[in-house]
Ligand binder design. Sequence first.
Ligand code: GTP
Ligand code: MG
Length: 325
Amino acid sequence: MTVEVARSRGPEAGAVSELVAGARAGRPRAVARLISLVENGSPLLREIMAELCAGRPRPARIIGLTGSPGVGKSTSTGMLVRAFRERGRKVGVLAVDPSSPFTGGALLGDRVRMQDHATDPGVFIRSMASRGHLGGLAWAAPQALRVLEAAGCEVVLVETVGVGQAEVDIASLADTTVVLLAPGMGDGVQAAKAGILEVADVFVVNKADRDGAQATVRELRNMIALTEREWRPPIVPTVAYRGEGAEDVIEALDAHQAYLEKSGELGRRRHVRARDEIEAIALTALRARFAHLHGDRRLDALATRVLREGLDPYRAADELLAATC
Ligand SMILES: Nc1nc2c(ncn2[C@@H]2O[C@H](COP(=O)(O)OP(=O)(O)OP(=O)(O)O)[C@@H](O)[C@H]2O)c(=O)[nH]1
Ligand SMILES: [Mg+2]
């Protein structure tokens, strides 16, 4: 990390304070710029985070929304933004695309759907790519959240497509994880398979205007009955593109929030989140230092010794670590 620190002390250093002040004043361009710096793994991040944390921003309520492609996450996010705005809350939206190294592209559609809120100074909307980062979501998202918290967001909705590990990743990031399903997508079976039952705090069965919604609700209810979690996730049917069910979703979210506070689970989740973040930053720094110190040469030399001289891979890794730390 020493290299990065040295690089960050340039004429740009003053710009950091200005950007942070801009974010605190709720200026969208400053917020967007800071999140871009997070996304790009900027060497200025160390200073940015120091300044942001020194201000001890109030932690936002972090709500993750996940589910299969096309289930209605963005439409539901828009619906919830509206509902929270009606309650006077300042809202941030982070659309994390785990599959693309680029912003834009796949998320362009979201921007269109979010246009309702485009001119509202109480709403910040950003899409962010997470692949391509060494630490992925665990590394970048908490830092982006910190920027939104500094801008005064009281609620942050994090949308991510539920593919692969994404549900589990989002669950470790959010206070409350909302898993969306829709009738006729075979989601129930998928839910059981992907371990969604363990991570969902609230289930939304969207597209309840379609046939089969009741069957999906029933199927889910039966599956939840088989789990042994203390918190029984409520199941809320919605028709997101008509805004139907928004109040019920908010009620379910509030109930979960109350449970988190009462049980002490909120503090535990946040503690684990801070641990994950520190670990992700440390591992990223370790890799950067390793690359800087050795390039591939030492690794090549060790590989040769493993292949030709009977060195075992654990000893080889020990040597590598000893030379890096
Ligand atoms: N019938 C019906 N269609 C809906 C409902 N909510 C959303 N849709 C439609 O479903 C499609 C997908 O909605 P999105 O909100 O983009 O879904 P998404 O989960 O964000 O999609 P990705 O981000 O691509 O994974 C859009 O055409 C919506 O208009 C609903 O309640 N009923
Ligand atoms: Mg979407």
